[in-house]
Design a protein around this ligand. Structure first.
Ligand SMILES: C[S@@+](CC[C@H](N)C(=O)[O-])C[C@H]1O[C@@H](n2cnc3c(N)ncnc32)[C@H](O)[C@@H]1O
Length: 231
């Protein structure tokens, strides 16, 4: 149900659920203490690359922690942040300015699943705790994976009894608060199937609390066949 503070309402009530107050709090926390440990663990394989990524597409970027960390450590050259939430896009852009990264960042407030075609492919796509906010896994994750030329760093909730219990609690709070927001635990095999269908393979994975953290990579194109030598 649309809430009174957001008009028009975004899908799954995202713009209202991820509001300006929580965005400002997260942005402030990042300036003080940097990215949280889960995000640092998710981007670790990207931080370890021998050369900086030419571009990063951070989908559902929130206050921007993942791409700000990559940029300020010199592991990426440019970043595009996308989020449905106006509050989070404002917070991410403000932190980008405060961190001196304005020249290296661009932001878009929109539903990526509906507007994916307008984005250039990026060397790495990041989705940290995003697919759990979106009902249509194939539409969002499929489009995101297709935009990656090299890597996809993805975190999503584990499907075990205690994470399901947390999910039910979040959804009950939403119902009581008359929000249409719902938390989704998409099954891991389905997540892997969608990403594989876009041509990416898992190269590293671990769990971190309630989350699966998986890095996918696009297999390198086979080397061109050398021309036949004429004798
Ligand atoms: C739980 S927050 C995570 C934010 C950030 N990635 C982090 O880990 O701190 C999920 C974010 O994804 C955004 N989001 C969810 N679905 C989206 C979509 N289809 N397009 C753009 N943003 C989306 C929400 O608005 C929200 O800001």
């Amino acid at each position: 149900m649309p809430c009174s503070c957001c008009a028009p309402s975004s899908i799954n009530d995202l713009d209202c659920t991820f509001d300006a107050a929580s965005a400002a709090k997260e942005a402030k926390r990042f300036l003080k203490r940097g990215a949280v440990r889960r995000t640092l663990r998710l981007i670790r394989p990207l931080l370890a690359l021998p050369t900086p990524l030419a571009s990063v597409l951070d989908i559902g970027c929130g206050a921007g922690a993942a791409h700000h960390e990559l940029l300020r450590r010199g592991a990426a050259m440019l970043a595009v942040g996308v989020d449905v939430s106006a509050g989070y896009i404002t917070a991410a852009a403000s932190n980008s300015h405060l961190l001196g990264l304005r020249e290296q960042t661009m932001y878009h407030q929109l539903d990526f699943a509906l507007h994916a075609a307008q984005f250039e492919p990026a060397a790495a796509v990041i989705m940290d705790r995003v697919i759990c906010c979106y009902p249509d896994l194939g539409q969002l994750l499929g489009a995101a994976a297709e935009r990656s030329t090299r890597f996809l760093a993805l975190s999503f909730p584990r499907n075990n009894w205690w994470v399901r219990r947390i999910g039910r609690a979040i959804n009950s709070v939403s119902v009581v608060g008359r929000s249409s927001y719902r938390f989704f635990i998409h099954p891991e095999p389905e997540v892997l199937r969608v990403v594989r269908a876009a041509g990416l393979l898992p190269v590293e994975s671990c769990t971190f609390g309630a989350w699966h953290l998986v890095t996918f990579a696009r297999p390198a194109a086979p080397a061109a066949v050398p021309p036949l030598q004429s004798s």
